[in-house]
Design a protein around this ligand. Structure first.
Ligand code: TYD
Length: 139
């Protein structure tokens, strides 16, 4: 039987306020997101060909948004992989805890914005892919 990875992520559409002087997007706690935002960070100036991520989180939930340009997010639950292209500032990728992710193929000048459910903690990271797989599927 094919294993579906659809439980691991969700695309969340953020509403835009458009007028002649620009477009604004705001994200509220207790709104569309399945978590309360405790931390925000953003990544830019990723050199051509480089990737980010390459880890999973034990508890952390995140919403990843390409606020400028585009990049791909590879998600992997240890059994099934999927690549999701983010290229619109009003669409966020929500990822549940326990999913390996890698961000790659950044377009020049792209900026990724990440909204996170917890403060930064290195203890929440799983950085070794073999350990990640074994942790999930060992009896
Ligand atoms: P990391 O999450 O590993 O980077 P990537 O974006 O590639 O997934 O973080 C890189 C470094 O930055 C690492 O040493 C941890 C540190 N860091 C913080 O101090 N605070 C943060 O909120 C984040 C996301 C990372």
């Amino acid at each position: 039987m094919n294993h579906s990875i659809s439980y691991a992520y969700r695309m969340i559409q953020l509403s835009k306020v458009e007028n002649p002087i620009g477009i604004q997007i705001s994200v509220k706690n207790r709104g569309l997101l399945p978590f309360e935002v405790k931390r925000v960070y953003y990544i830019y100036d990723v050199p051509a060909g480089e990737s980010r991520g390459g880890h999973a989180h034990k508890e952390l939930q995140q919403l990843i948004i390409a606020v400028k340009g585009s990049f791909d997010v590879l998600i992997n639950d240890g059994r099934t992989k999927k690549v999701i292209c983010l290229d619109r500032p009003n669409i966020g990728l929500y990822i549940v805890p326990g999913i390996w992710r890698k961000l790659l193929n950044f377009s020049e000048g792209s900026v990724s914005l990440v909204l996170a459910s917890q403060a930064y903690s290195e203890d929440d990271y799983l950085r070794d892919f073999e350990q990640f797989k074994n942790r999930k599927y060992e009896p």
